[in-house]
Write a protein that binds this ligand. Structure first.
Ligand SMILES: [Zn+2]
Length: 89
C-alpha cells in the first residue's frame, strides 16, 4: 500500500513536469493503478511540446507560425523578439 501511494506520487510528479495536473494524475494512479497512470501520462503531450521547435506562437494574434519567418502571415506583424519584449513591457 505504501509503494502504491509512492508510485502514484511519482506519476503525479511526472504529470506535473509535463504541465499536467499533479493531483489529478495522482488520484487517477491510485484508482487505476500507478502503472496505468504512468502510461497515460507518458502518452500525454507535454504542454511545453505542444508548439514544436520548428514553430512558434505569434505574440500578437497567438497563431502558431513557422519559426523561420519574420512577419506573421495572420496579423502581418513583425515576429522579432525585440518587438515582443517591447510590447510586454
Ligand atoms: Zn500574428
Amino acid at each position: 500500500m505504501f509503494i502504491w501511494a509512492l508510485l502514484a506520487a511519482v506519476v503525479g510528479r511526472f504529470a506535473e513536469k509535463k504541465g499536467q495536473s499533479a493531483s489529478l494524475w495522482n488520484i487517477i494512479s491510485v484508482i487505476c493503478t500507478p502503472l496505468i497512470g504512468f502510461l497515460f501520462v507518458a502518452l500525454l503531450p507535454s504542454t511545453s511540446e505542444l508548439v514544436p521547435r520548428a514553430f512558434r506562437r505569434c505574440p500578437h494574434c497567438l497563431q502558431t507560425v513557422k519559426a523561420n519567418i519574420d512577419v506573421c502571415p495572420y496579423g502581418h506583424s513583425e515576429m522579432s523578439e525585440e518587438l515582443c519584449v517591447r510590447k510586454a513591457a
